[in-house]
Design a binder for this molecule. Structure first.
Ligand code: CTP
Length: 410
């Protein structure tokens, strides 16, 4: 859950466009005001067909703005954009997204977006056919490449009884991305404007109230990658079973324990990530039943039956969007290269970091690692025994190479 204190005393502009999801802006505005933010709401003229100006004025911290001509003395079209710490547009229609991409300042909301230096979070909501149209998808990728945060729509009920992808993201997802956008970061690193999702640590699967099935992962390699990405200017969401303390600027942490919790958190954040690094050691099996309370010795040896967990990374490979970079790890004890290459292909990855965990000082629990970075496009890169920080830097060098290749092809 997002720590709402990040919104305290922030000046937040909420843009509301004309769509059936406009009513959901009520929940978002209320959340932000309750979190201590000053919320200035801008409605497009079409939004007024869907929700009352009075309702949003009553909830916001100041009367709703609807027109370039609201307040002629203080030039509102630049004032709101200049004062904002973050701007969120929820819902954002295909028209608004198109105008924003093209820089057409036809109403107060697009004018404010064009006049701001603040981070912007765009939350599209529209019919599936519109969302999937090449024009909209192209515009979304242009916004991403300009560093705009996109909270992608979800599957669900749409206007007119239709069902499909296009429903406005849940408020909790929107505020999570807004919190990301507000994290201070250097802004001038080689990865600035990129959103990384990094997983770390070994998942733990409960057997009863006190016992778990675990693995030897310490989370150090994943944490090193999260830190290195943040220090290159990326915004990082770290989903980890091992808390990284102290908290660092540019990294927002989500704490999980089981494979299922990790999967839920990853699937929530993944659609908005530019790069996903699955460094976590996710359990492949979990007990089918978890005993109530503590299993007592006098009851004998517990009959533990295991079932397979989902392969999170393989799922991400299936729903990978164009331009997204997917990095996996392969912990092997034999046939390192062949096994890792197989995983790269099967899981539809861009890169895989393979390590032979049977070697001394390599992988699980150690401060050092030795890896081969296998890429779909380049020759394998061998990194001999080195600190996990050094390994992280080499992995990010390969990620940057992949990102550049994508940029050259768009
Ligand atoms: N992974 C995952 N979900 C799982 C298991 C693994 O997302 N349930 C990811 C890991 O985070 C890692 C990659 O898949 O990035 C490879 O994990 P690894 O344990 O090496 O391989 P598996 O696919 O589990 O195959 P095997 O255990 O047979 O080697």
């Amino acid at each position: 859950m997002t720590d709402s204190s990040i919104f305290r005393d922030k000046f937040i502009v909420v843009g509301v466009c004309g769509g059936i999801a406009a009513y959901k802006s009520v929940e978002l505005i209320r959340y932000l005001v309750d979190a201590g933010a000053h919320v200035a709401t801008i409605m497009t003229p079409d939004a007024e067909h869907f929700i009352g100006k009075t309702t949003l004025s009553a909830l916001s911290s100041e009367p709703v703005h609807t027109s370039l001509w609201d307040d002629q003395s203080v030039i509102p079209h630049t004032r709101l954009g200049q004062k904002a710490d973050v701007i969120v547009v929820a819902p954002a229609t295909a028209r608004l997204i198109g105008s924003y991409v093209a820089g057409i300042s036809s109403d107060l909301l697009t004018t404010t977006l064009i006049a701001t230096q603040a981070p912007v979070v765009v939350c599209p909501a529209m019919h599936t056919e519109m969302w999937e149209h090449d024009a909209v998808q192209h515009n979304i990728s242009v916004l991403r490449s300009r560093g705009v945060f996109i909270t992608p729509p979800e599957e669900g009920r749409l206007a007119g009884g239709d069902v499909g992808k296009g429903r406005l993201a849940a408020t909790e997802n929107i505020v999570e991305i807004m919190a990301q956008a507000l994290q201070p970061h250097t802004g001038n690193g080689s990865l600035s404007g990129k959103h990384f999702l990094v997983t770390a640590g070994g998942t733990r699967e409960p057997i009863d109230a006190v016992r778990v099935l675990a693995n030897r992962s310490s989370g150090k390699q994943g944490h090193a990658i999260a830190l290195a990405a943040a220090s290159r200017g990326a915004l990082v969401t770290l989903i980890t079973t091992v808390e990284m303390a102290p908290a660092r600027h540019g990294i927002s942490q989500v704490q999980v324990e089981t494979a299922q919790q990790m999967q839920d958190a990853v699937e929530r954040i993944a659609p908005s990530a530019d790069v996903i690094v699955m460094a976590a050691a996710v359990a492949d099996f979990r007990p089918v039943l978890i005993a109530d309370g503590k299993w007592k010795k006098e009851d004998g040896v517990p009959p533990i039956v295991l079932e397979a967990t989902s392969d999170i990374l393989a799922g991400l490979g299936k729903m990978k969007r164009p331009g997204q970079i997917l990095v996996g790890f392969a912990a092997e004890t034999n046939n390192l290269l062949a096994n890792a290459q197989g995983k790269l292909e099967r899981k539809n990855l861009d890169l895989i970091v393979a390590n032979d965990v049977s070697l001394p000082q390599v992988g699980f629990g150690h401060e050092t690692n030795a890896v081969v970075i296998i890429s779909v496009n380049d020759d394998p890169i061998t990194v001999d025994l080195a600190s996990k920080t050094t390994i992280a830097q080499r992995v990010l060098d390969s990620v940057e190479k992949s990102l550049h290749r994508i940029q050259e092809h768009t």
